[in-house]
Every structure is written in structure tokens, then in C-alpha cells.
Design a protein around this ligand. Structure first.
Ligand code: UVW
Length: 305
């Protein structure tokens, strides 16, 4: 029975149950609601030596990225930006412009990144918030700084290799076992990072790097969501195992974490040094650029221990 053109008002389809946020109908920041001063304070107590780790890699035109993402930087030549030597002290300056996809290199995926049949976090539909000039809801600028406990799980060690292979998945059983071996537990409010060794080929074999990857499977993502973590990241470009697990949807781990649970994804995280130092838990600090209406942000989170 079609009501189009009749006196009955057209209604948007009812929101599915899965998309309602436990943080309320107007919530836009998901798991970041769990961040508290207590968590930040507890994280400071993990600092023992003061050693800092830059978890962001360099971003440039050669950084392998999911097609068709590209990136370029232009430094304005003297005179283009603001003229020659200015004033009595002859001040010079350079400026730069980058043109590129924000989803390149080390990045955070905001809650506006991924949907399920056009339904996004907290039941927002594309037409509710996606505009060419920027997201009107779920923008990256709304995400507060992450200052909390971070943990890294060496999944390459779990499989007894330096670098896992494409299509090799880890799920709840493997994550729990590796956490046990490292003597750590995953807690509410944590940022959880996985080391697979995949960054080893980012520069030497970028075509292989972006074609597929080892990573998190669906059951692992569901389990992490049940632990109420804030963000999940890895040293791969998409966090999740590719080719996707048998029977899994396209980027279904993204769907489980972002729209279904409001959990952020961190990609291309440089975990190598943390693993070398066996720095399994640390203070995790992330303050990203707050571009209004942005979907993602290029980041350099810092681990301190
Ligand atoms: C997609 O999910 C399409 O990209 P990314 O892995 O960068 O989040």
C-alpha cells in the first residue's frame, strides 16, 4: 500500500534499536563520555621513567593510504605567503598548505566515519548531519582529549612471528591469552592498541601494505566493546583483518566499534618501540586538531611511561 501523494505525511523509517546511544539521545561523543579526571589521574601513576613515545608516524605523499586517498603539501615560496623581509627586524615567514584526505597515515576515525545502511552513531542518518562543508553532528572537534590508560598487546608475539600476515585474525580468545601472557588486563576506559608488525612493510612494500592486513575480527571487536574501552587501534591502516573474516560484511569491525558502540578507531599507530621496551601499559595522551565538522584527524598520540 503506497501513501505517496496521499494526505498521509511521509515519515522517516523508525530507527533500529541497535543505534540508540546509552549516553542519551543527543550524545555525539560515544565512549569518550567515559573519560574522567579519575582516569587521567590514574594514568599519571603509570608514568615511571618519563620516557615518551610518539605513536604517530610521518604523513607525506608516499604514505600508503586506502584508495583513492591522496595527499600533498605545498610550502609557499618567499613572497607568496606574506612578502619579503618585513619591518625593521626583517621578519620572514613560511606557510604551508596541505591538500589531501585526512584519512591518511596515523589517524583517528570519528563517530561520523562509518554507518550501517545509512544509520550512524546514535541513529543519525546521512541527511541529518552530513554536509559537504562539514558534519553538523559527530564532528571531530567535539571529541575531548583522551588522557587515560593505554595498553598494547603484542599479537605478533602471540603468533610467534615478527610480522603477522594478511588475513590473519585475532579475536577474544587470542586477545585474552596474550593479555594474560603480558600480565595485563583490559579495563573500562582504556585505549587498547594492537601490534601486528605490519608497519614493517609500509615503506618497503606499500602496495602489499594497503591491499590487505592482519587484524581484529568481529568477535574480538564485540568483546572489546563489552569491556567499554574508549578507542581501539593498531599498527595497520584499518585495524581490522582484511580480507574480512568469512561471512563478515565490508568493514564490519568498523561498524561494530563506531556506529554500534561509539568506540573510536586509531590507525597506523607506531607500536614498535612500545613492544621493544615491553611497555605494556602507559599513560595515553591524545589531543587532536579540532577541525570543525571533520570526520577524521591526523594524530600523534603520545604514550608516557
Ligand atoms: C575505511 O574504513 C573506509 O577507512 P579507514 O580504514 O581509514 O577507517
Amino acid at each position: 500500500l503506497a501513501f505517496a501523494g496521499s494526505a498521509f505525511p511521509q515519515q522517516a523509517p523508525a530507527a533500529p534499536d541497535w543505534c540508540r546511544s546509552k549516553f542519551g539521545p543527543n550524545d555525539e561523543i560515544g565512549a569518550a563520555n567515559l573519560l574522567t579526571p579519575e582516569l587521567a589521574l590514574a594514568a599519571t601513576r603509570l608514568v615511571r621513567t618519563g620516557k615518551t613515545y610518539a605513536l604517530g608516524g610521518e604523513t607525506n605523499a608516499k604514505t600508503p593510504a586506502f584508495a583513492p586517498r591522496t595527499w600533498s603539501l605545498t610550502v609557499l615560496q618567499p613572497g607568496q605567503a606574506g612578502g619579503g623581509s618585513l619591518g625593521s627586524t626583517k621578519t620572514n615567514y613560511n606557510d604551508d598548505i596541505y591538500t589531501g584526505w585526512v584519512g591518511t597515515g596515523t589517524q583517528i576515525d570519528g563517530l561520523g566515519h562509518i554507518g550501517v545502511d545509512n544509520v550512524y552513531y546514535n541513529c543519525l542518518r546521512n541527511s541529518d548531519f552530513v554536509q559537504a562543508s562539514g558534519l553538523t553532528k559527530l564532528g571531530i572537534e567535539k571529541v575531548p582529549p583522551f588522557v587515560t590508560r593505554g595498553v598494547v598487546l603484542d599479537m605478533a608475539a602471540f603468533f610467534g612471528v615478527e610480522m603477522m600476515r594478511e588475513g590473519q585474525a585475532f579475536n577474544r580468545a587470542e586477545i585474552e591469552e596474550q593479555a594474560k601472557r603480558q600480565g595485563i588486563e583490559i579495563r573500562r576506559g582504556d585505549v587498547v592498541l594492537f601490534h601486528t608488525g605490519w608497519q614493517k612493510i609500509a615503506a618497503s612494500d606499500p602496495a602489499r601494505f594497503v591491499k590487505a592486513e592482519p587484524g581484529l575480527g568481529r568477535d574480538g571487536a564485540q568483546w572489546l566493546a563489552s569491556k567499554q574501552v574508549i578507542a581501539v587501534g593498531a599498527d595497520t591502516w584499518a585495524l581490522e583483518v582484511i580480507p574480512f573474516e568469512q561471512g563478515a560484511g565490508v568493514f564490519e569491525v568498523h561498524q561494530i566499534l563506531i556506529p554500534r558502540n561509539g568506540i573510536y578507531i586509531l590507525e597506523n599507530i607506531q607500536t614498535e618501540q612500545l613492544v621493544k621496551d615491553r611497555a605494556w601499559e602507559f599513560m595515553f595522551v591524545l589531543g587532536h586538531s579540532r577541525i570543525t565538522g571533520g570526520v577524521q584527524a591526523i594524530i600523534n598520540p603520545v604514550a608516557i611511561r
